[in-house]
Design a protein around this ligand. Structure first.
Ligand code: AMP
Length: 254
């Protein structure tokens, strides 16, 4: 038997697709958190949620009592955005962690045009191997309201439920670890309307920024969970120029 490996070599194995920095965009409640968790499992890269990072500050008595912490808490509880400089700094710190080297999923950031511009410049400054690509998940507003007001989260494992569409087996209790589920303070209808106003006014202008740079796709978030995930994967491959047998669902990727 020949030991000449060249003569036996098969076609080179397809390099694993690593998506680099990803941004999931969409109105409050479109499922960014849920889809981010699916991408985390698929790619083994971390999810960076500025909402989670800010809640960690708010829930830490030492941090919440600083001027920045107190400001963040009062704005979050009213469904308003925390100042760009504060959030940018939190993200800059998080991006120094070694687990971000193969990419990461930003969830809830950037949420303003100024944050998007800061992020582009920051990624150049830190020699990011690739620029950020953005996928918007789109869902109609009435559906969003039920998603938001019905949302419950396990404080221990972060599993997300919805009392209308995806309830736990036992009311109010996590299926996985029997912890009592929590409702976020900003998941009321009043805070939802406020957040929608903020989204329209401040976050929608982010979309033309990424569109103009050719780094943007939209997927239909009203499709079944798995279909949305598949469409997001297709969009990511497309945006990174990776050829694949990927075909978007009927609802499609735009
Ligand atoms: P989320 O969990 O992403 O809905 O975020 C919860 C709250 O945290 C928001 O309503 C804002 O008050 C604040 N927040 C999260 N991300 C940002 C951001 N990128 N810019 C400003 N405020 C943010």
């Amino acid at each position: 038997m020949s030991t000449n490996s060249a003569s036996h070599s098969a076609a080179p194995a397809e390099a694993p697709f690593l998506p680099g920095p990803i941004l999931l965009l969409g109105a409050p409640g479109v499922g960014k958190g849920t889809q981010a968790q699916i991408l985390v499992a698929h790619f083994g890269i971390p999810q960076i949620s500025t909402g989670d990072l800010l809640r960690a500050i708010r829930n830490d008595p030492a941090k919440a009592s600083t001027p920045d912490g107190a400001l963040a808490k009062s704005l979050m509880d009213r469904g308003q955005l925390v100042p760009d400089e504060l959030v940018n700094q939190i993200v800059a710190n998080r991006l120094t962690e070694p687990d971000t080297v193969n990419g990461y999923i930003l969830d809830g950031f950037p949420r303003t045009l100024a944050q998007a511009q800061w992020l582009d410049a920051h990624l150049v400054q830190i020699n990011s191997p690739a620029p950020i690509i953005a996928v918007e998940i789109q869902v109609d507003e009435p559906q969003l309201l039920r998603r938001i007001t019905g949302r419950r989260t396990c404080p221990k494992c972060n599993r997300i439920y919805n009392i209308y569409f995806n309830p736990p087996q036992v009311k109010g209790v996590c299926d996985d670890d029997t912890m009592l589920l929590c409702q976020r303070a900003d998941d009321t209808e009043e805070a939802f309307q406020k957040r929608m106003e903020e989204y329209r006014a401040k976050t929608l202008p982010v979309i033309p920024h990424y569109k103009a740079a050719g780094r943007f796709r939209t997927v239909n978030g009203d499709a079944p969970l798995g279909t949305v995930s598949k469409d997001i994967l297709c969009a990511l491959k497309d945006l990174r120029g990776v050829s694949s047998d990927c075909s978007a669902s009927e609802t499609g990727v735009r």
